[in-house]
Design a protein around this ligand. Structure first.
Ligand SMILES: [Zn+2]
Length: 220
């Protein structure tokens, strides 16, 4: 079976996620909003954790991009994370095209994928992402069988990484020798227990016989 994953928003906890993925030779794609990052790390917002604690979320500095994402794939998430269907189509076009160009100029490789901010899209929004040269765009919809996608510009996943039935879904796909796809935000990992649970998941997947990690863009 194949396993693929992606992470949104380019925040400081991506460093720890990336380190865990490297430790278990897991491939992953990070979806970035280059227009929201300063040259150095900056406090961005307070995330309310499930236990009601407020957690500071920092956007990575551009000076941390290369070391954080070395060896991983990068996909677009728009320049500034607007609601795609709430802005004029020309503005959306710039958000998508400028993002792809920025990331390609910076990282030096082709940016093939995209993730819709807030998971929001419409037919014209999808068309812009396709016209800008992306091969797929991820939604936040969960489905039983994301691959092969009916429409790669509305690529769904199996589940979010904190989904209570994550391992059951993984096992089901394993029995079918299919492609398992999950996504998340690293800032949602907000205690040492959660970090340990996450590492155990990645470790369990990597140690499962027959598992091959792939980048999403290589599966389209
Ligand atoms: Zn996002």
């Amino acid at each position: 079976m194949i396993v693929t994953q992606c992470w949104d928003d380019g925040v400081h906890d991506d460093i720890r996620v990336a380190d865990i993925l490297r430790k278990y030779n897991a491939k992953g794609t990070f979806n970035l909003n280059p227009g929201l990052h300063k040259s150095t790390r900056e406090l961005s917002w307070n995330f309310k954790t499930p236990s009601g604690i407020s957690k500071e979320v920092y956007r990575l500095g551009i000076d941390e991009f290369k070391s954080t994402y070395e060896g991983f794939d990068i996909a677009g998430h728009s320049m500034t994370h607007p609601h795609p269907t709430a802005i004029p189509l020309e503005a959306w076009q710039s958000e998508v095209a400028d993002c792809k160009k920025w990331l390609e100029d910076f990282f030096g490789f082709e940016v093939r994928g995209f993730a819709y901010p807030f998971g929001q899209y419409s037919d014209p929004v999808k068309e812009v992402v396709r016209e800008c040269g992306h091969t797929y765009a991820r939604t936040v919809t969960n489905v039983d069988k994301p691959f092969p996608p009916e429409d790669p510009m509305a690529l769904h996943s199996h589940c979010h990484f904190l989904s209570p039935d994550f391992m059951q879904k993984f096992e089901k796909v394993r029995n079918e020798d299919g492609i398992f796809y999950f996504w998340g935000h690293s800032y949602e990992i907000c205690s040492e227990q959660m970090w340990s649970d996450f590492e155990n998941k990645i470790k369990a997947i990597s140690k499962t016989s027959g598992v091959k990690w792939e980048f999403i863009a290589d599966l389209i």
